[in-house]
Design a binder for this molecule. Structure first.
Ligand code: SF4
Length: 218
């Protein structure tokens, strides 16, 4: 039986991107295939093994109890989990679900077939340590791109990705000022200034925000 590793399932409010403010049920998967400097994944040290069926049943149970219609699969990196495509397919079978958001670093593919595939809504945050590359299989599901504004990031890095999009749907491009790790717990001012400058220079970019950090919720 396929087992996935989950750090936590929790109910909260989406704090960033196009779904900012929506109540959602989050699954935080444990582990990632990258190691970004600014990552706070290591604070989620433990993961518990969960079967695909148990995970899906728990999420459906929570949707029924709360009446919420939005699920966020996050991490870590959710797409490296064995059985993730099965979880996606099974959740899409649950009719009341409106959006299945998948927060991914873009390195790993996802393949599934489902008539409601358009409800799978990938928020992709390409990473500098992977030279901002995105796996081909993800283009179909990506509805927004979120870039952490590091010293090295340039508009050209983003244009390189956009030109490879083979679908025609609109993709929000967020520039997220970097958040400094837990001891400082504040936005990096250099990153913020750079994000504002880049947004003013290209009006297809959007200045991003991580409201949950200010709201002090998970
Ligand atoms: S991709 Fe995300 S979870 Fe993985 S190391 Fe980078 S910031 Fe952390």
């Amino acid at each position: 039986m396929t087992k996935m590793t989950v750090s936590k399932i929790f109910e909260s409010i989406q704090g960033e991107g196009a779904w900012l403010g929506v109540p959602a049920i989050f699954v935080r998967f444990h582990g990632c295939n990258l190691a970004c400097d600014f990552c706070d994944e290591n604070k989620h040290e433990f993961g518990q093994e969960v079967s695909v069926n148990n995970l899906v049943n728990e999420l459906v149970r929570r949707m029924e109890r709360t009446g919420w219609r939005h699920i966020v699969l996050t991490g870590g990196e959710p797409l490296i989990q064995p059985g993730i495509a099965e979880v996606v397919e099974k959740l899409l079978n649950y009719d009341p679900l409106e959006i299945l958001q998948i927060e991914t670093n873009g390195t790993t593919g996802l393949r599934f077939e489902h008539p409601y595939h358009y409800k799978a809504w990938a928020s992709c945050s390409p990473k500098e340590v992977n030279e901002w590359k995105i796996h081909d299989e993800l283009y179909r599901y990506i509805k927004e791109l979120k870039y952490v504004v590091t010293e090295k990031l340039t508009a050209e890095n983003i244009y390189d990705v956009i030109k490879d999009f083979r679908h025609e749907h609109y993709v929000n491009i967020w520039l997220q000022p970097m958040w400094l790790p837990a001891t400082q717990n504040r936005v990096d001012l250099n990153s913020l200034v750079k994000a504002i400058k880049m947004t003013k220079e290209d009006n297809t970019f959007r200045l991003g925000f991580q409201a949950h950090k200010y709201w002090n919720i998970e």
